[in-house]
Design a protein around this ligand. Structure first.
Ligand code: SF4
Ligand code: SF4
Ligand code: SF4
Length: 250
């Protein structure tokens, strides 16, 4: 990799919340800029260049024409990083994959529904090779900084492969199942320090399926606490729509 690698940010279907997290690094961003050259980043600069070493790509692929643009980015970039749940696992855009196309078209675009192309939403990895994932909705800006540092050292950042429950226990939270709530921390990849549970909610699964998740045990816990297959399915579809349709207890 170049001494000061050129970095570009791109977005597909998403809310740009992950790029905002990067912009929100503020003074740490200045430190990073001493080691990278940002040649394209629509949220913070107007100039653009197609000469880059690392591409950070946010958003999911929801239209046939997105594929051509993503493949061009892949071709230009030595390293392509998927940024956030929409890019890494399809994210909430995949909710539309469970709805009749004419219904979501008319809900979103009304009488202009036929003006726009669309197809089943999917993560970047369904179209091109992805070298590194930075998970979350939105991403954690500190994890982003860590991942960039690893890249600068010639390494690929590996996020935790165990479930959120591990971090949740370390944070001293009362398990939401004990409070009669459905929580996806038992199957979701850690790395966020169980922030949603700590803040009073439950885990929605935004970091995707943990490779080491024990799905049989998770299904049993959901059943034992009175949750049905439909309860689990509804919650899982919010983020896991493209990643694991096979896991539904009951
Ligand atoms: S992952 Fe979340 S924050 Fe990032 S683009 Fe998608 S919806 Fe927005
Ligand atoms: S199921 Fe949810 S609330 Fe319970 S320990 Fe795991 S992450 Fe925490
Ligand atoms: S607790 Fe769950 S939903 Fe919240 S940030 Fe972590 S993985 Fe995402």
């Amino acid at each position: 990799m170049a001494v000061k690698p050129k970095v570009a940010f791109f977005d597909f279907a998403g809310c740009e919340g992950d790029q905002l997290q990067v912009a929100n690094l503020e003074e740490r961003l200045l430190d990073l800029l001493a080691h990278i050259e940002v040649v394209s980043f629509r949220e913070i600069k107007t100039e653009h260049s197609d000469d880059y070493d690392i591409a950070f790509v946010e958003g999911s692929i929801t239209r046939p024409e997105d594929e051509k643009r993503l493949k061009e980015i892949r071709e230009n970039a030595g390293i392509l990083v998927a940024l956030g749940a929409c890019a890494t696992i399809g994210g909430i855009n995949c909710l539309k994959n469970f709805i009749n196309e004419s219904e979501y078209r008319s809900t979103v675009y009304g009488s202009s529904a036929r003006w726009y192309s669309t197809y089943a939403s999917r993560p970047l990895s369904a179209v091109v090779r992805v070298d590194m994932d930075i998970h979350g909705c939105p991403i954690d800006k500190n994890e982003f900084a860590t991942a960039v540092k690893e890249l600068l050292l010639g390494k690929i950042y590996a996020p935790p492969d165990y479930p959120v429950c591990t971090e949740c226990k370390m944070a001293g939270n009362i398990c939401r199942y004990e409070q009669g709530q459905l929580c996806l921390g038992i199957v979701t990849r850690a790395g966020c320090k169980a922030c949603c549970v700590t803040e009073g909610s439950f885990c929605w699964g935004c970091r995707g399926m943990a490779p080491e998740a024990n799905l049989d045990a998770a299904a049993r816990i959901m059943e034992d606490h009175g949750f049905t297959r439909l309860n689990a399915q509804d919650r899982l579809r919010l983020y896991f729509g493209c990643t694991d349709r096979a896991f539904y207890p009951g």
